[in-house]
Design a protein around this ligand. Structure first.
Ligand code: FAD
Length: 300
């Protein structure tokens, strides 16, 4: 199903991100994940794509597996370093497996290339979006940065590039993680004023451990509010309590987003269904069957 049809019918749309496991038993791991996720009923599941195509085959494999299980799937796809031919091969395999949605990204050069990455036909995500649009068979999403993309010299400049992605064919946006909802609300108001009116789903990742938080924040540049730093201090020697507090913090974030009428929440599951289950239970989320707008009546 095209995900844009879900946003046209429901609010909030709850969706999950997973990554392809690196081990040989990845199909078994994802089958178990799928069984847990089925009980929670996400609108769709997205599958990450390793920088520069490093998980090309496993992303296609896992996205295809989930599609075969009956989930609505969105495959991430990064353009940087890829030729049109390579991208088309990936798209053909996804299409054959019934995957109808792509999160079109520029991506980052793999670390071993020392940040020099000039080969390929897609300099920016917008180039991949235009290519996907010309094919006409995929629903298209793009990434958005409530605090501005880490490389961008000015936030408003980044958001102008965001508008280019929407004008080129991105039907909805998935945000980078953030820990302060005020940042998201400010971003949303700003881009609406700039004429970006498509659905925007809020990317949420709880603080599950200090090391992971540092790694992710150093990559994406998201700011960490005093309240979260306080949790890291308080539970520096108690990882179990830190994780519990992190899930509570994320629960409060999601509850507040829903109270403020957000289009959707995309949970970065890290392939760990237990915290996702806990968070959705905490907010009293009721499993629902997401149908396309044409069949859903007045669900929204
Ligand atoms: P773009 O939109 O192309 O923007 C990149 C930078 O270039 C920005 O600073 C932008 O302002 C600037 N820019 C854009 N267009 C132009 C232009 N025409 N001229 C000049 N400057 C321009 N990475 C992965 O490798 N795999 C994943 O699966 C993955 N999933 C992600 C999911 C989400 C929800 C998010 C938010 C990010 C994800 N990323 C993933 C990370 C992403 O690849 C990086 O953040 C990357 O640096 C930028 O990708 P983009 O698609 O946002 O790029």
């Amino acid at each position: 199903m095209r995900i844009s049809k879900i946003y046209a019918a429901y609010k909030p749309v709850i969706s999950f991100e997973i990554f392809p496991p690196r081990t040989e038993d990845r199909a078994d791991i994802v089958s178990r994940l799928a069984a847990d996720f089925r009980k929670l009923g996400p609108a769709f599941i997205s599958v990450t794509y390793g920088a520069g195509g490093t998980t090309r085959d496993t992303t296609v494999e896992i996205a295809s597996l989930l599609s075969g299980f009956g989930f609505t799937v969105m495959s991430h796809l990064t353009g940087v370093g890829h030729t049109v031919k390579e991208v088309d091969e990936v798209l053909a395999r996804l299409h054959a497996a019934g995957v109808e949605n792509i999160l079109a990204l520029r991506g980052d050069p793999p670390r071993e290339t020392a940040n020099v990455y000039t080969a390929g036909d897609f300099a920016y995500a917008v180039d991949l979006i235009r290519h996907l649009r010309s094919k006409g068979v995929f629903g298209i999403a793009a990434a958005a940065y409530p605090e501005g993309h880490i490389e961008s010299p000015r936030i408003d400049l980044d958001w102008r590039h965001l508008k280019e992605k929407v004008d080129a064919g991105a039907e909805f946006l998935v945000t980078q993680l953030f820990f302060d909802n005020r940042v998201f609300y400010h971003f949303l108001e700003s881009i609406r004023r700039m004429g970006i009116f498509c659905p925007v789903t809020a990317g949420i990742l709880p603080v599950l451990n200090a090391g992971l938080l540092k790694r992710i924040v150093s990559l994406c540049g998201a700011s960490v509010p005093a309240k979260v730093l306080g949790l890291l201090d308080r539970y520096a020697d108690d990882p179990v309590s830190l994780e519990k507090a992190g899930i509570e913090y994320a629960t409060a974030q999601v509850a507040d987003l829903i109270a403020n009428d957000v289009d959707g929440v995309h949970l970065y599951t890290l392939n760990r269904p237990e915290w996702v289950t806990q968070l959705l239970n905490n907010i009293g989320y009721k499993r629902r069957e997401y149908l396309p707008a044409s069949q859903a009546g007045l669900a929204r």
